[in-house]
Every structure is written in C-alpha cells, then in structure tokens.
Design a protein around this ligand. Structure first.
Ligand code: ADP
Ligand code: MG
Length: 628
C-alpha cells in the first residue's frame, strides 16, 4: 500500500471505532450530532471537497456528487425527523471509501504486475574503455560498438555475439521459460538476461531501435487504443449519472405531489426523499467504470506475460472474433533459415556462383539473403557491391565488382528476359544471372517451424473457419508445406501486391463480424499486415516495419501463440461481458427495490461496494491465462 492508501485506511479505522463507540454511548442532542458530524467529516471530507470542485468546474454529475448529496441528505433527514439516526449517512461514506481503497489497491497491484513483466529496460551498457570495464548510457552506444554483458545482466542492445557463449533467460520477452543458448556468431536481442557466461556483443542497432525500446514503446502506447466497450462505458457514465440524479429528483417530488393533489393525503416528503437518496447511492456506476478498463488492462498484461504483445484493448476485441487466419509462409510458418541443398551451374564454379549471389544480396533483409550469406561463409565486402535494387517478390539486381548480377526466382529472370533452366528438386530456387547471361541456380530448402502444425490444429479447435497460406514462393514448395501442416487453402507465386489484393478479396467475402487475421514476418508483407482486420507479426525475427505495421506482435515467433492469443482475448472479453451484465443487473434490481421502498440505504451501499469488489476480482482473473 502506498501512503495515500494508508491514510485512507487510518481514516476508515478511526471512523469505524467512533461509530461503534457512539452507537453505545449514552448521549443525545447536540453533543451526539456534533460527534457524529466529526466522524462524517473524518471519513468523507475529501469526497465533499471533490464534489464541490466538480460543481465549480461545471462537471457536476460524478460519483462524488452522488455520494455527497446522498449522505448530506441522509443527515438532514435525520435532523428533521429528530430520529438521531445519523449512522446511515456515515456508513454510506465509510463503505464507499472502503470500496475505493480496495479498487485503487487492486489497480495498483495489476499495474505493478505488468510493469514487473515488462521490467526489461536496461539501465546501462558495459564497454571496455582503455582496458577497463565502464558503464555507459545505452543511448550513447554507437552501432558496431562492442559491449560486454556479464552473467546476471540484461542485454541492453541488439547485436551479434562476437565472443563467448551463454544461456539466456528470455522469459520477460517471450513468456518462454526454457533458456536459450547463444554462441559466437548468433544474433542476440535486447531484453534477455544473460544467466551464465560473459558475452562480447557487437551492436547492430542503436538503443532506440533495439527490441527493448520498441517493446516498451508498444506497451506504453497500448492503453491509448481503447476498445469499443471502454468507449461505451465512458459515454454511458456521461449520461447515466445526470439521468439518475434527475430521476431521483422526480422520485422525491412527484409522489408527494400526487399524494396532495390526487389522494388528498399527507405528502410524506421525508419517505420519498429518503427513497430518492437511496436511489442515488444504488446507482453509483463505479463497478462498471472501473472494472471494464481493468479487465482489458489485465488481459493485455496476461498476454504480454505469454510473449504476445497486443497494441491496445480494441485489438483484443477483434482478436476474440477472428474466424479466418491468413499466413505468410517464409519466416512465419517456416524458420526462414534456408539450407543450401545444391548449386547447379553452367560454366562457373559453385563457389563463385555463391560468392556473387551472396554479395548481391548483401543489403537485403529477406531470409533468403541471410541464408545465402551464411552458406557463403566468408566475410562479405560491401564495398564491392553497388547499384543494388531489390524487387519485392522477385529478388535482387546489383553490381558486384562492376559486374551485373541478378539473383531471384523465375519471375525475375522472365522480367530480365533471361531464359532459365527448370530445376526438378523441390525447394526454393534462386536463379543467378551474370552480365545478362544465365549462370545457374542455387536450391535452398527451408524447415517448417516445430510448432506450425500444432498452431494450425489449435486454431481449428478454437473455432477458426479457414486457414489460408499466401506465398511468393513456387507452387511446388507451397503445396508441400501446406499439405504437411493441414492448411485449408494455398495461394502461391504471389507478388507482394497480390497478397494485398488476395486479403482484400477474402475480407470482402466474409461476414462483417467475422474477423480476418494476417500473420507475417513483415518482409514484403507490411502492407498486408495493416490491411487485415488484425495484423500479427513475428517480433524476434521480423523487420521493424512489421512490428510497426502490426497490431499484435509474437515475441518468440511461435505461431502456436496465435491460438493462445485468441483464447486470452476471448477470456478477457468474456470477463468484460460478465461484469457488465452483473453490475447492470444488480444495479437495476436494486434501483427498483429502492424506488418502491424495499431496499434501504444500507442495502444500497452493500450492493454498490459488493458489486464493485466482485467485479474487480473478476477483472483480475484476466491477468492469469497460463491455464486457459
Ligand atoms: P514469402 O511469401 O514466402 O514470404 P516473398 O514475397 O518474401 O515470399 O518472396 C517471394 C519469392 O521471391 C521468394 O520465394 C524468392 O523466390 C523471391 N525473392 C524475394 N526476395 C528475394 C531475395 N532477396 N533474393 C532472392 N529471391 C528473392
Ligand atoms: Mg515473407
């Protein structure tokens, strides 16, 4: 508990003690009234002050106003009726404060939970300066610097391991509890914790562009993307409270007037004013106003604990209604890390062909490019390469040592009007031409990710109607992959623009309330990510463009997390619905009971605080999704 909460707690205790004492004390008259008033001021002064401020700022109708009017009214009635029953008004204030305290404690707790999960911001980076290890601000580390990460420290900046090997704890990023091993030459992303060895890392990004910074930015912005339910509640509260206040006024005035004019009997103003005040207490909308945003907040937190970053609660809502899932192939369902299976060539040697291809690809971020560079194995001298042109869905054209090299698929060769040989191996074929003449091709093969098959079957189990794969790769490869995974529909040999058109077609065909998700790695498919109802990107291996264009980021590139994310979102939306119906239901029945005089103010405050506590406890459930 923080200090503010502690102060409220002390006031609650002081007020309770006073009330019990006064209940049994043999005093009455002015002294009794004065002591009860003191207890009232102790517990309620801040609420009175807030409602006064509200009135002065022209925002009259809020919970503070409801509570202030109801409790002051109860006091005045007690004085007027000379019953000496001042306890009611104080009790209302007391329970209201207990409820508020509980709520602020719960919200604080879940906030802290989430920031614990997101406790990945590194405070410093170690650099060797004049033979000594010094801590520097990660913001000041330039690309290509060597940083040192010791056991127990967080990796501050993305890079490549140049020396050492270690086990990394990636759980804060990916929700994955198995340690990941890295050694010399491996890529390493920031936010992981080094558990064992000392690592020397060559940075490949600036701190601001590194994975941690990107993630933190995402999380910080998530709460500004409000869901429809939250917007509804905000709008609801805006007209609801004034409506209740005017209804209470009507309830206090009309029946007594009716008594006088129509029945010719006593007006019974005090009875009806009391009922009107009860009405005010019951109608306080706090349970809804607090529990709905809290449920979403907890849902976002629960998802991030699983390594699924959702960029806002509106996307949780969309995710819950996903019925079509469209996948990109390379890097999404497959590892995107190709092995060279064979090099078939004309006159040139294997080595030379690979050398030209790898050099031409030196600036591309396509998985094929990385694989060719890896297969070549030697250092790539970027100075040898000029005039690089990457054509999405086709390949690369560049000059290596002044010689024009093209590397890509059959489409690229067709475009350059270079006749190429068919290859009978199943695999992705990278054709290479040198100075406009066909030089041969490299057959590369990709591995399917180990969870892809489970991902597809889980999606089907969770009620997804159709799984679809789009790829720029050859039909042969595409069909093979789709067959192995059990994908329903395949479209192959698509250009990046065709992918957008396909997704638009699919969106046009389905119902409005069935949502379509596109899952990609952002290489050649960032426009599709933003065009789909919801874009899901691979975070660890995907490009920065993907992470920006996507609505949901899977931190560990595991496609099985999609079904999990859908389940998390459904649980969260379920909780939101439960809370809405429950709170409105209870409130509404109490309002009716209050208006006809069955429920008194004690019931009213119990109903209000009770509903709020239950709704908040229910909301917090959304944080725990491990066992969905
Ligand atoms: P996918 O849908 O499988 O992710 P892309 O649209 O990224 O495919 O690429 C489609 C095809 O275009 C690849 O299978 C490859 O044949 C060719 N291609 C794209 N970029 C490159 C590149 N940098 N080098 C070689 N070939 C490429
Ligand atoms: Mg791709």
């Amino acid at each position: 508990m923080n200090n503010k909460q502690k102060k409220v707690l002390y006031r609650i205790i002081a007020c309770s003690v006073m009330m019990i004492g006064l209940h049994f004390a043999p005093i009455d008259g002015i002294l009794q009234l004065a002591l009860y008033l003191t207890a009232y001021i102790i517990i309620g002064h801040d609420i009175l002050l807030k409602s006064w401020k509200g009135i002065r700022n022209g925002q009259v109708f809020d919970e503070n106003f409801l509570m202030a009017v109801a409790t002051i009214g109860a006091f005045i009635l007690a004085i007027y009726d000379q019953t000496g029953d001042y306890e009611e008004g104080i009790a209302v204030m007391l329970f209201y404060q207990i409820g508020e305290l509980f709520q602020s404690y719960a919200v604080g707790r879940s906030r802290r939970n989430i920031s614990d999960l997101m406790d990945i911001r590194p405070d410093y980076a170690n650099m060797e300066i004049d033979g000594k290890l010094e801590q520097v601000d990660p913001d000041e580390v330039e690309i290509g610097s060597i940083i040192i990460v010791q056991p127990g420290e967080k990796v501050p900046i993305d890079g490549i391991v140049r020396e050492g090997r270690a086990s990394l704890n990636t759980s804060a990023l990916t929700g994955e509890s198995l340690p990941r091993e890295v050694e010399e030459g491996d890529e390493i992303i920031s936010g992981c914790i080094n558990m064992t060895g000392v690592l020397k890392i060559e940075t490949t990004k600036e701190f601001g562009e590194s994975t941690v910074s990107k993630i933190l930015e995402l999380v910080e912005n998530a709460s500004s993307n409000k869901s429809k339910s939250e917007e509804f509640i905000a709008r609801f509260a805006r007209w609801y409270t004034p409506f209740v206040c005017y209804s209470a006024l009507v309830l206090a005035i009309l029946p007594p007037l009716f008594n006088i004019l129509a029945l010719n009997s006593a007006p019974e103003f005090d009875v009806w004013i009391y009922r009107a005040l009860t009405f005010l207490v019951i109608s306080c909308p706090c349970a809804l106003v607090i529990s709905i945003p809290l449920s979403f907040f907890a849902g976002l937190g629960g998802a991030s604990a699983e390594g699924v970053l959702v960029k806002g609660s509106n996307f949780l809502e969309t995710l819950a209604n996903v019925k079509y899932v469209v996948f990109d192939k390379t890097g999404t369902l497959t590892e995107g890390s190709f092995e060279v299976d064979g090099v078939h060539h004309n006159e040139i040697e294997d080595k030379k062909l690979l050398e030209y291809a790898a050099h031409a690809e030196c600036a591309s971020s396509h998985p094929i490019s990385h694989s060719l560079q890896r297969a070549y194995g030697k250092n790539i001298d970027r100075n040898r390469v000029t005039d690089i042109r990457e054509i999405g869905g086709h390949g690369i054209i560049a000059k290596v040592d002044g010689i024009e090299v093209a590397a890509g698929n059959k489409k690229l060769m067709d475009k350059l009007e270079i006749p190429c040989e068919e290859c009978h191996s199943i695999g992705t074929i990278v054709h290479v031409s040198i100075e406009g003449k066909y030089a041969g091709h490299i057959v590369i093969a990709d591995k399917i990710k180990k969870n892809s098959k489970i991902a597809i079957s889980d999606l089907k189990k969770s009620g997804v109607k159709d799984t679809i794969m789009l790829t720029g790769d050859a039909k042969k490869v595409a069909d093979k992959v789709a067959g192995e995974l059990g994908i329903d529909t395949v479209y192959s040999e698509l250009l990046p623009a065709d992918k957008v058109t396909k997704v638009e077609e699919l969106i046009a065909k389905k119902n409005e309330d069935e949502k379509l998700a596109f899952v990609g790695d952002g290489i050649n498919d960032a426009p599709v990510l933003s065009r789909a109802d919801i874009g899901i990107a691979m975070g660890a291996m995907g490009s920065d463009a993907a992470i920006e264009a996507a609505d949901v980021v899977l931190m560990d590139d595991d496609p099985a997390k999609i079904a999990k994310a859908i389940r998390i979102s459904r649980k969260c939306i379920g909780i939101v619905k439960q809370n809405t119906y429950f709170a409105i239901g209870v409130k509404f029945s109490c309002l009716v009971l209050g208006a006809v005089g069955i429920a008194n103010m004690w019931y009213a405050i119990f109903a209000d605080v009770g509903v709020m506590v239950l709704a908040v406890l229910n909301a917090i459930r959304a944080l725990y999704v491990k066992n969905v």
